[in-house]
Design a protein around this ligand. Structure first.
Ligand SMILES: Nc1ncnc2c1ncn2[C@@H]1O[C@H](COP(=O)(O)OP(=O)(O)OP(=O)(O)O)[C@@H](O)[C@H]1O
Ligand SMILES: [Mg+2]
Length: 281
């Protein structure tokens, strides 16, 4: 866990305006970003995120993204002395990764898992249809609520009227599309994400939901990701040095994912097309 600064009073006030007096439960705190669940007396809850240090401008950016996206769950955002903050409604629902847990546990969870996969593709396709790119899709970055699938952690999202940022480094490296890894390493700036790179991360996220591991088999290629710099790991990814992991617990579902992960950018299906492929299973 990290070293978050005190919660800015304005962040608490934004949560309390929606929920009443809140109690805070820490959810995560790492890499300059901390998230709490703030719960009011009648059960209404908000997510409170504080960015500090290197994470300060990142959380500021996420607030701007939510504003531009007109996300109805945005309750407030601002910057205090040593922290930026963001308050959103608490989204009640499991992540995509969690919805695959019964399946991974060997229970008969295929129907639920497949519906979650299709729902995630739909949410990404809708975002793309609105002209936006998430840029950091992960198995935990979608919450499946009764009102639909909501994408979270939109700090690196990019859309109309939004300048790309030089701070973006491609999102989580294990789900980084090879062409994006290459462009980061050659130093092209600003680093511009694409819908196709989102689809790579989408398929990689679903692969991880199915297998419980990252899509690439670093070990088979003699790569220890923990002993490489980010640039060295990106070089391996851009060269496709590591094969796909051999785990094939669900071959029918993994076939279209495999095709996405191995295709060159120009041949990758869209999120919409991947949704159709999965819905047809
Ligand atoms: N609005 C929300 N409703 C419910 N849970 C949320 C909400 N926002 C964040 N969370 C929870 O907090 C976790 C961390 O949120 P988020 O990914 O936005 O922060 P982060 O600091 O970028 O974390 P990480 O470094 O793990 O990606 C999420 O995985 C989710 O469990
Ligand atoms: Mg996150």
């Amino acid at each position: 866990m990290g070293q978050h600064p005190p919660l800015p009073p304005a962040a608490r006030a934004a949560a309390e305006a929606a929920c009443g007096p809140v109690e805070l439960t820490e959810i995560t705190d790492r890499r300059g970003s901390a998230v709490w669940k703030a719960t009011g007396p009648d059960g209404h809850a908000a997510a409170v995120k504080v960015g500090y240090g290197d994470g300060l401008p990142v959380t500021t950016r996420e607030g701007e993204v939510l504003r531009l996206l007109r996300r109805p769950d945005l309750l407030g955002a601002g910057t205090a002395a040593e922290a930026s903050w963001l308050v959103t409604r608490w989204l009640d629902g499991p992540s995509t990764y969690k919805l695959f847990a019964p399946y991974r546990g060997g229970e008969s969870g295929q129907e639920q898992a497949l519906a979650a996969a299709v729902g995630l593709c739909r949410a990404v396709a809708d975002l793309h249809a609105a002209g936006w790119i998430h840029s950091d899709l992960q198995p935990a970055h979608a919450l499946h609520t009764p009102a639909g699938v909501q994408l979270i952690d939109l700090a690196w999202a990019w859309g109309p009227g939004f300048e790309p940022t030089n701070a973006f480094r491609g999102g989580i490296v294990h789900l980084l599309a090879p062409e994006l890894a290459a462009s980061i390493n050659v130093g092209l700036t600003p680093i511009t994400p694409s819908p196709a790179a989102d689809v790579y991360a989408l398929a990689g996220s679903l692969w991880t939901c199915v297998t419980g591991g990252w899509p690439l088999d670093y070990h088979a290629a003699g790569i220890d990701p923990h002993h490489l710099s980010p640039a060295q790991l990106r070089a391996r990814i851009s060269n496709r040095a590591a094969p796909l992991s051999p785990a094939r617990p669900w071959p029918e579902l993994q076939k279209p994912l495999r095709d996405v992960l191995l295709a060159p950018r120009s041949n990758r299906p869209t999120a919409n097309e991947l949704e159709d492929l999965l819905a047809a299973l």
